[in-house]
Design a binder for this molecule. Structure first.
Ligand code: SF4
Ligand code: ZN
Length: 285
């Protein structure tokens, strides 16, 4: 297969029905991200951005794209203390930091008195609470916005899962940018929300961008993702169109409360992180 430019194609984009070589694909990827950032007001040139990196291909692709597009940013990696996996991911983000020449910050969850390895039931929801808390408190010190590497498939599957569970307020959180509803909250942005996992993989491979391919040992069966993959197989471009549609929806927030223990924004007396921390550290010397 040949690319339009005559070079040898490395990938075939089904929804565009187009074979592309590595450099035409990279140009296509970067211009798609730049266009989405402008169209949906995801990032502003004047902002200092904190890119949350996990070591995986999606946040690596996002960081590579932000660097190529000239955004002012640093990266944050949270060591969750997941045996072997967390260290492998940290090595990958250290290589990424060198490859794209962007400063890497590392925060260790164990400094808060626990690690994800100690949580038994509901590991991912505890992990999500810890990551959101640390990202927000870290970013607030000197950044304007947190960028995460959520993909079109991530957002589509979150949406379907939560709508199926009757939680419609989730639609608001899936927008490409969420402005803070309180001074303690840092704005959140998803610059690659309309890019697919496959596109992120191709971008990292053709540009030699380091990432860790291993899956987290606690990752659940990706049931909803598999539904999205199946629809995507029959209707190429489904997830991209779906998240672009979601991007135009909006809904307001309720009353803001603050945690009695740490003072962060909370939905009840204690924030979700302090509840988790109390549960995991009580009874220890
Ligand atoms: Fe955390 Fe779950 Fe992701 Fe593992 S799969 S890093 S436990 S959210
Ligand atoms: Zn080409």
């Amino acid at each position: 297969m040949r690319c339009r430019c005559g070079g040898e194609a490395v990938t075939y984009l089904r929804y565009l029905r187009r074979p592309l070589c590595g450099s035409c694909f990279t140009r296509y990827y970067l211009s798609s991200v730049e266009r989405a950032i402008k169209k949906y007001g995801i990032l502003r040139r004047s902002e200092k951005v904190l890119a949350a990196v996990s070591g995986g291909k999606d946040s690596a692709a996002m960081s590579f794209a932000l660097k190529k597009l000239g955004y002012d940013f640093e990266m944050l990696f949270i060591d969750l203390g997941i045996p072997e996996y967390s260290k492998a991911c940290q090595r990958a983000v250290e290589r990424l930091s060198e490859r794209i020449d962007v400063n890497l910050n590392v925060v260790e969850l164990k400094d808060y008195g626990f690690t994800i390895a100690r949580v038994s039931a509901k590991t991912c929801s505890a992990c999500g609470v810890a990551k959101r808390y640390i990202m927000n408190t870290f970013a607030r010190q000197r950044f304007d916005v947190i960028a995460t590497g959520h993909t079109a498939e991530d957002l589509t599957s979150f949406f379907l899962k939560n709508v199926a569970g009757g939680m419609h307020e989730w639609a608001e959180k899936l927008k490409p940018r969420n402005e803070p509803f309180d001074a303690k909250i840092v704005a959140r942005a998803k610059p690659i929300f309309a890019m697919s996992e496959r596109e992120n993989l191709v971008l990292t491979i053709v540009n030699d961008v380091p990432f860790e391919a291993a899956e987290c040992p606690y990752a659940p069966e990706p049931e909803w993702k598999e539904i999205v993959y199946e629809i995507e197989r029959r209707k190429p471009g489904f997830a991209k169109n779906f998240v672009r549609g979601l991007a135009s929806e909006a809904k307001g927030f309720g009353e803001v409360r603050y945690c009695r223990m740490c003072g962060e924004v909370a939905s009840g007396e204690l924030c979700a992180f302090c509840k988790l921390r109390l549960r995991l550290t009580s009874g220890r010397s």
